[in-house]
Design a protein. Sequence first.
Length: 282
Amino acid sequence: MAISTVGVLGCGLMGAGIAQVCAQAGYTTIVREVEEPLLRKGLGRIEKFLADGVTRGKVTPEARDATLGKLSGTTKFEDFARCDLVIEAIIENVDEKRRAYAALDAVVGEAAIFCSNTSSLCITELAAATRRPDRFGGLHFFNPVPLMKLVEVVRGLSTTDETYRAVFAFAQSLGKEPITAPDRPGFIVNRLLVPYLLDAVRAYENGLGTLEDIDKGMTLGCGHPMGPFTLLDFVGLDTTYYIANIMFEEFREPQYAPPPLLKRMVLAGRLGRKSGQGFYKY
């Protein structure tokens, strides 16, 4: 399965990062947003990231120009017609994804592969909403996409060996380190990470220590780059809450149940860095 043109559905934080690394790897890359202002914002994020890289000496001006030359934006599904692979990176809502897949199926060639960047939803369920469940897989990137080396490659029940190999090789071609993850909520990383974060919230609720001391304990005592509360604020409390609920619905085990404090903070709009306040103020 030769891949030369890549479509990215969604130009938010994750979609923009995915589009950037695809273009940097030399793929002709088309990224779509629902409306022009959102598209301009996403493309502007890519341009700023590359410009900052040039300023810091991490990216050459020639590499920046080559990346931007491989990248184009659109608000139309029709512009994905020539894509060999489409990566969906839109809102974590099954109905929204189904509508997007239906629109893509109508214009993209039969041999094209679809991938979802979902961090929590069932790949088999998403694949079943398309005309190509055999050519569908999970391709879960991590934020910030241009800097994080890991990608989880997820096989649904219908994913063929050929599709899996093509997606795995594609992830490697981006300069990433792919791992194979099962089609279960949380895959590998969030299956291990989310219970740790939830347990940190419970421990804080029970008076284990201050936010600062718990974070310092895990960074200096365990060598973690971020403490659990700094990481929660970075990821987004709403995102963690959403993933935890999906995992709890699947497994019905207490370790996946969101603690009351996390729920209340989400309801109060304290979502972390993106809202200006989470466990810490920004």
